[in-house]
Design a protein around this ligand. Structure first.
Ligand code: BES
Ligand code: MN
Ligand code: ZN
Length: 494
């Protein structure tokens, strides 16, 4: 999508569709509708009177050949109640316009820049890009190919807010990074094997000037990653540990951030096999890893002054003849022993060794993102990511970044009482803690491997995938978490 800033008066802007938004309180004369030529606004009064233009959230009213305007169409998008409005809402409003127009074969739109705040420009660019994604990659007649070619940001003759250009770049980078993550999450496991995921990571790193290293089965065993290897050995597909580094010259040596993303390209459950209903959804079990690749792509372009290493343990979890079994005891890279009570609790195992390795590589703060538990979906549903960690300062940094990014995240507790639940009679700990508090015990298991290093865990099992289409976003992979982590890393840069 090409994005261009234009400054001619709105009546003279020649475009396929000029888009304005309005509030419920005064649909014909609020929001950016207020900035349209008087002649048009007069014509909107009867629409409002007839109840055809209400300003209700995401209502779309499309007028053809608006009188006195160079635009071929005028699209009015409802912004809901004014009191609930914030700049962040622009993302969903522009997104609604994008999806409404592209489904009608329109390839270009002009969005009226509404405020003097440059931040708004970032939200508009991000919202348009995110909305223009469809998860129909393997459909022979794709919607995805019928997307928007060009987004015009129309100032209507007003001065451009200072910083608008860099805000536009930031919004574009954030939108593209989320779409990259969504594309990876959407890939079926026969296409995106651990090997292919590593290749996609390597390609991205080369394109954006990052260092990338990929370890295979031999190196994983040589490093004594017994927990990661236990999961990997049940699959014919060779495992990969993907390591992507961003270390800008002159950045402070501390903190050195380790981003660890769960990269299970398919989770059958292993010997503790999952029921077949919905098992296909387990192609998305590498969403944490995909999140980290999206984040790395974004920071390679935004260039915050902070050192970051992403580690993605990638493997299938399969019940092959060599698979690990319930009752097995394995020795993790840290030396801690683990009794396997359920081979479907595989995420925490691959993350345990990746965390240990991140510390060995010199990371001083660890953030892991994982589709870890069904339990977090029971607790928080599909819209909110679970946040866990002992270190208040880092948990709060993540929560602050999430609210700036407009992603819903909520802290759940970690507490010594829960330790009892994953005790083992034979080994240092068991890999499951039972049904009650399953998201907490899963998180705490990972935390055992962080030790004293500040650590935050994000459980995105619920938020990785949207079960319903929204006016501004396709059904399917969400890219949830990318914006928050990019925000966190750019906050650290200051
Ligand atoms: N990948 C799953 C968690 C999951 C479930 C992600 C649904 C997305 C949607 C994870 O590996 C898993 O199987 N967790 C088990 C843990 C249990 C065996 C302790 C679970 O949540 O049931
Ligand atoms: Mn599992
Ligand atoms: Zn899993």
């Amino acid at each position: 999508m090409e994005i261009e800033i234009r400054s001619e008066p709105l009546a003279q802007l020649s475009t396929s569709a000029l888009v304005a938004y309005c509030f419920e309180e005064a649909p014909a004369s609020s929001g950016t509708v207020e900035r349209l030529p008087a002649e048009i606004r007069t014509q909107l009064q009867p629409l409002q009177a007839a109840g055809e233009l209400t300003g209700k959230a995401f209502e779309c009213t499309l007028l053809r050949s608006p009188a006195g305007m160079a635009a071929s169409r005028l699209l009015l998008v409802g912004a809901g109640k004014r009191a609930k409005f914030s700049e962040m809402c622009l993302r969903n409003l522009v997104g609604t316009a994008v999806r409404h127009l592209r489904s009608r074969g329109v390839r270009e739109l002009a969005w009226i820049l509404s405020s003097s705040e440059p931040g708004a420009v970032a939200f508009v660019a991000e919202g348009a890009l995110v909305a223009d994604y469809d998860a129909d990659r393997y459909r022979t007649e794709r919607n995805g190919e019928k997307g928007i070619d060009k987004l015009v940001l129309a100032t209507g003759g007003e001065a451009l807010p200072t910083g608008a250009e860099s805000a536009l770049a930031r919004g574009r980078i954030l939108g593209e990074a989320q779409n990259f993550t969504r594309e990876l999450v959407n890939e079926p496991s026969n296409q995106l094997t651990p090997t292919r995921l590593a290749e996609r990571g390597t390609e991205m790193a080369a394109r954006f000037g990052l260092a990338c290293e990929v370890l295979g089965p031999q190196a994983i065993q040589d490093l004594k990653m017994g927990a990661f290897w236990a999961v990997a050995q049940g699959s014919k597909e060779p495992a990969r540990l993907i390591i992507v580094r961003y270390s800008p010259e002159g950045a402070p040596h501390q903190p050195r951030v380790g981003l660890i993303g769960k990269g299970i390209t398919f989770d059958s459950g292993g010997i503790s096999i999952k029921p077949s209903e919905n098992m296909h959804e387990m192609k998305t079990d590498m969403a944490g890893g995909a999140t980290m690749l999206g984040v790395m792509q974004a920071i390679a372009q935004l260039k915050p002054r902070v050192r970051v290493t992403a580690l993605i343990p990638a493997t299938e979890n399969m019940p092959g003849g060599n698979a690990y079994k319930p009752g097995d005891v394995i020795t993790s890279m840290s030396g801690k022993t683990v009794e396997i009570l359920n081979t479907d609790a595989e995420g925490r195992l691959v993350l345990a060794d990746a965390l240990t390795y991140a510390k060995r590589l010199g990371c001083t703060v660890l953030i892991d993102v994982a589709t870890l538990t069904g339990a977090v979906m029971i607790a928080l549903g599909n819209f909110t990511t679970g946040v866990f960690g002992w270190n208040k300062e880092w948990v709060n940094r993540v929560l602050t970044a999430a609210s700036a990014a407009g992603e819903k995240m909520w802290q759940l507790p970690v507490d010594d009482d829960y330790r009892e639940l994953y005790k083992s009679t034979i080994a240092d700990m068991a890999n499951t803690g039972g049904r009650y508090g399953g998201a907490i015990t899963g998180a705490m298991f990972i935390g055992e491997f962080a030790g004293d290093t500040p650590w935050v865990h994000l459980d995105i099992a619920g938020t990785r995938w949207a079960n319903d289409e929204k006016p501004y976003r396709a059904k399917g992979p969400t890219g949830h978490g990318v914006h928050t982590l990019v925000q966190l890393l750019t906050d650290l840069s200051i």
